[in-house]
Design a protein around this ligand. Structure first.
Ligand code: GYE
Length: 326
C-alpha cells in the first residue's frame, strides 16, 4: 500500500511537472459592452469569477456602450496574440472586418450573450448565450394568459388592451429578438385583435432612459396605457418611478412585464409593483470557458448553445427571491 501511494505520488508529481511546462496559462481577451444594467453587472462578475476558476489570464475590456471601443479592444487582443477572443456584440452588424483580422491571425472567436450577423459564419467559432426571440414569445404568452384569466378590461372603456413598449438598444439582437418574438406570438394568437400597441420606443436597456421614456408615454396616453412590456427589468424599474410619480399604480393600473429576472425586479414584484419577469440568465461564464477550452484543444463545439431560462410571476417572487443568484 505504501509503495503504491509513493508510486502514485511520483507519477502524479511527474504528470504535474509535465503539464505545467507544456501548458502556460491560457490568455483570453474579452470585450464586454459596458455596465448598462443589473443583468450586465452580474454577467461581468460571472465571467471574471469563471476565468479565475479556469485559471485563465483574462484581459477584460469595458466598451462603455460603444461598438468602436469593442473593435479597438479586439484589435488590441489580436496584437497581443491572445489564445482566444470572446466578446458580446453590442449590435448585431458591423463586425466583418475586425473578425477577418482575427481569422487572419488564426485567433478563434467565441461570442457570448448577444447574437451577430456576419457575411461568413466561419468568422466565429461558436456562440453561447441568450435566446431573445423565445424570451419575447414567452412575454406574450404570459401576458395573454394573465389578461384572459383575470378578465382584465381596458382602462379607457374601449375594446382593446393598450400596450406601450420600452425597447432595448437599437440594433442589438437582444432588442430585435425580443421584439420579433413578441410580435410573432401576438400575430399568431387567436386573441390578436384584443391588443393595440400605442407606442414603442428605445430606452437603451437603462433605468434612467426607461424612466424618461415612460414619462413621455404617460404624458401622451395617461389614461389609456394598460400594459408595459419592457425589454429588460432595469427599464421597467425606471418606468415604475414615472408611473408612481404620475399617481398611477404599477402592476394594477399598468400591468408590467419585463425580461431578465434580476433581484431588483423580484423586489418590485414582492412590493406589488411589477407582475412578471421572463428570465434571461447572465451566468454564462462557466459555459463560456468550458467551450473556450474545448475550442483550444481542437474539439468541435456546437455553433450555438443557449442557457436555461424560466418565467417568474409576482405570486412566486417572495418564495423564489432567496435562491436568486443575480
Ligand atoms: O437583457 C439587458 C442587458 O444582452 C440579454 O442586455 C442581454 C441584455 C439584458 O443590458 O439587461
Amino acid at each position: 500500500m505504501k509503495l503504491f501511494k509513493t508510486l502514485l505520488a511520483v507519477s502524479v508529481g511527474a504528470a504535474m511537472a509535465v503539464s505545467s511546462v507544456a501548458s502556460a496559462k491560457t490568455t483570453i481577451g474579452f470585450s464586454q459592452i459596458g455596465a448598462e444594467s443589473e443583468w450586465r453587472t452580474a454577467n461581468t462578475n460571472d465571467v471574471k469569477a469563471a476565468a479565475e476558476k479556469h485559471n485563465v489570464d483574462l484581459k477584460f475590456s469595458d466598451a462603455q456602450q460603444k461598438q468602436e471601443n469593442q473593435i479597438k479592444a479586439i484589435r488590441t487582443f489580436i496584437a497581443q496574440k491572445v489564445d482566444l477572443i470572446g466578446f458580446v456584440p453590442i449590435v448585431a452588424t458591423g463586425w466583418d472586418n475586425i473578425l477577418r483580422e482575427a481569422k487572419r491571425a488564426k485567433i478563434p472567436v467565441l461570442i457570448m450573450d448577444r447574437d451577430l450577423t456576419v457575411s461568413d459564419d466561419s468568422l466565429y467559432v461558436a456562440k453561447i448565450g441568450t435566446d431573445s426571440y423565445t424570451e419575447g414569445q414567452k412575454v406574450f404568452a404570459w401576458l395573454d394568459d394573465y389578461i384572459t384569466k383575470n378578465n382584465i378590461k381596458p382602462r379607457d372603456g374601449g375594446d382593446k388592451i393598450n400596450l406601450v413598449i420600452l425597447e432595448g438598444t437599437v440594433g442589438s439582437s437582444a432588442a430585435t429578438g425580443r421584439a420579433h418574438g413578441f410580435d410573432d406570438a401576438l400575430k399568431a394568437s387567436p386573441n390578436k385583435d384584443k391588443y393595440n400597441i400605442l407606442a414603442s420606443q428605445t430606452g437603451d436597456f437603462t433605468r434612467q432612459k426607461g424612466q424618461e421614456v415612460m414619462e413621455s408615454f404617460i404624458k401622451s396616453y395617461r389614461d389609456k396605457i394598460d400594459v408595459l412590456f419592457a425589454h429588460n427589468d432595469d427599464m421597467a424599474l425606471g418606468a415604475i418611478q414615472s408611473i408612481e410619480a404620475a399617481g398611477l399604480k404599477p402592476s394594477k393600473d399598468i400591468i408590467i412585464v419585463s425580461v431578465d429576472g434580476v433581484k431588483g425586479i423580484f423586489q418590485a414584484m414582492i412590493d406589488g409593483k411589477a407582475n412578471a419577469t421572463v428570465e434571461c440568465n447572465p451566468l454564462q461564464g462557466e459555459l463560456f470557458f468550458e467551450t473556450a477550452e474545448k475550442i483550444l484543444k481542437g474539439e468541435s463545439v456546437p455553433k450555438s448553445v443557449f442557457v436555461e431560462e424560466g418565467v417568474y410571476t409576482a405570486d412566486q417572487a417572495a418564495e423564489v427571491f432567496p435562491s436568486r443568484k443575480y
